[in-house]
Design a protein around this ligand. Structure first.
Ligand code: C5P
Length: 398
């Protein structure tokens, strides 16, 4: 839980600014100090008086404020915090950050800081989807600025889509990994997740029932222990874990490329359900029925084994490589053999027979197979499995 931290909260000028009043209260409730900064536009939405009253702190508003500079210079102000949060972060603030502007107090503080920065964007859906904003988003992410939201939903302007500022608790939860505390601080962990899809022709593909829930939970658990996580995921409707660097792919071949590009890593967890086969010759035209009533003629070929490729590497192999083995028969024996064959350190075996309800469900029952032997874990939520695995990884890398 986030407590005892000093958060410099920059409130941007958007309709969601009223939600930052709640953010101040909830942060203080947990024993944190909030130092508020208002942009000129923010003052049109919330008053300095209400912000100051809730924060029980002086509100900083002006770059050239003599009293403010005497009490604490703006450079010192930006460095005295444990974390800078920008909520709501407007399209303009994002553009200023990405462009390195420093023409008011908020942008100058963001330029002068050496502390983690988290932004909670909020704006009209078209402004969010505008190429300029998306370009700025990519820039900010590449500079390790943590981005929370925006959420999809009904907007104050009556439109629908992504643009709503995230809820207070989601913003606070994202602050913990932003601070980078925890036993995996300074470690890079790679996680693959979700299914892959393999095109047959422009309209058809091969895939599987993986939801990506277990992989996402693992990524999130690793982030909460302070790891930098590269999350390589196939198409999945599970929300993207907060605080990861996500790489979205479709096919196994793309997943392998993304995994190779993300190395080096201290540990790698291969939770993706990679399609075993792809079409040997992807058709660029839609395959038509030939009128004979018979099956179509198309051949399959085997996909590269991503886990084995990485685990059997001579150079640049992560210190710890973890695979999964989803089976319906002889689960443990198959998993033991798979661990040997693929060269990974640990295998988490699970029974995916339909009656277990594991595929697509919220629970999992896994057995950890390592060089130390076979360890059965009780059936528990996928979040608990993830937390236990992340803790094990932290212990092992320590
Ligand atoms: O062989 P099987 O698919 O059962 O192996 C499961 C493990 O191998 C999982 O960790 C999965 O992510 C990984 N895998 C992979 N690339 C493949 C097939 C499986 O990384 N092509």
């Amino acid at each position: 839980m986030l407590t005892g931290k000093r958060v410099l909260l920059i409130i941007g000028g958007g309709i969601a600014a009223f939600k930052s009043l709640d953010l101040i209260r909830r942060l203080r409730e947990r024993g944190n100090t909030v130092v508020p900064v208002l942009t000129a536009a923010a003052e049109k939405f919330v008053t300095p008086l209400s912000v100051s009253a809730l924060a029980a702190e002086r509100v900083h508003r002006d770059l050239f404020d003599l009293t403010g500079e005497v009490e604490m210079g703006h450079i010192e102000l930006s460095r005295s915090a444990d974390l800078i949060a920008v909520a709501p972060c407007t399209a303009d603030l994002m553009a200023k950050m990405a462009g390195g502007h420093a023409d008011d107090l908020a942008s100058t503080l963001l330029m002068a800081t050496d502390k983690p920065v988290l932004i909670a964007p909020s704006m009209n859906v078209r402004m969010w989807l505008h190429p300029a904003t998306q370009r700025n988003l990519t820039t900010l992410r590449s500079e390790r600025i943590l981005v929370v939201g925006p959420e999809e939903g009904e907007m104050a302007c009556g439109e629908f889509g992504p643009g709503r500022m995230s809820e207070t608790t989601d913003i606070i939860n994202a602050m913990v990994p932003a601070l980078g505390d925890g036993p995996l601080r300074g470690r890079h962990v790679l996680v693959t997740s979700g299914p892959t899809i393999e095109s047959i022709d422009p309209v058809r593909y091969i895939t599987n029932r993986s939801s990506g829930a277990q992989g996402a939970a693992i990524a999130e658990a690793l982030v909460s222990l302070g790891a930098r996580v590269t999350f390589v995921t196939g198409p999945s409707s599970v929300p993207q874990p907060i605080g990861v660097e996500a790489v979205r792919v479709e096919s196994a071949a793309q997943m392998l490329d993304a995994v190779e590009a993300a190395l080096p890593a201290d540990a790698a967890v291969f939770a993706a359900a990679v399609a075993d086969w792809r079409s040997a010759k992807e058709s660029s035209r839609k395959i038509k029925k030939d009128g004979s009533g018979g099956p179509p003629k198309f051949e399959l070929m085997e996909n590269p084994d991503i886990l084995a490729t990485i685990a059997l590497k001579r150079d640049g192999r992560p210190e710890l490589v973890v695979g999964f083995a989803a089976e319906t028969d002889d689960v443990i024996a198959q998993a033991v053999a798979k661990r040997e064959r693929k060269g990974c350190d640990w295998i988490l075996a699970n029974d995916v027979s339909p009656e277990t309800g594991i595929v697509g469900g919220s629970e999992n029952a896994v057995t950890l197979i390592s060089s130390d032997g076979v360890e059965e874990w009780p059936r528990m939520g996928k979040t608990q499995v993830a937390a236990r695995l992340a803790n094990r990884i932290a212990e092992t890398l320590a």
